[in-house]
Design a protein. Sequence first.
Length: 151
Amino acid sequence: MRIGELAERAGTTTRTLRYYESRGLLDARRDPRGHRTYGEDDLQLLEQIRALQDYGFGLEETRPFVECLRAGHPTGDTCPASLEVYRRKLAELESCIARLQAVRDEISAQLFRAESSVTPSTAATPGPAPEPRCELASPLPSRHQPGHRLP
């Protein structure tokens, strides 16, 4: 398939595909006329990259998964290097969660102290809670629902 078809099927742009190629994550073959050509295996690589990026992995963090697929494994997360990236990302997430919990606890304590000093006649009526700003707090795309394995 040509670059435009691959981009469309992968839900991305030809510019992104050329960038991935420049970073060594995607290998384009050339037809006799010099046009880039790709196969279904390239689509699988792109699906792997995009799924990982949806979870917050950086582009370079996807490299071991791509290399695992290129090595002929049915999924990109069965190689030791991929598992190590999962471990690092999990540790990073655990650290972020711990920091967020500490901030939540501090804000909760500040709110309790502030509410304790407010007299009932000056208390404001609370409005609707704002939407969370954490990008990972939003619902995951349907392909990432619990129980679904990354491509």
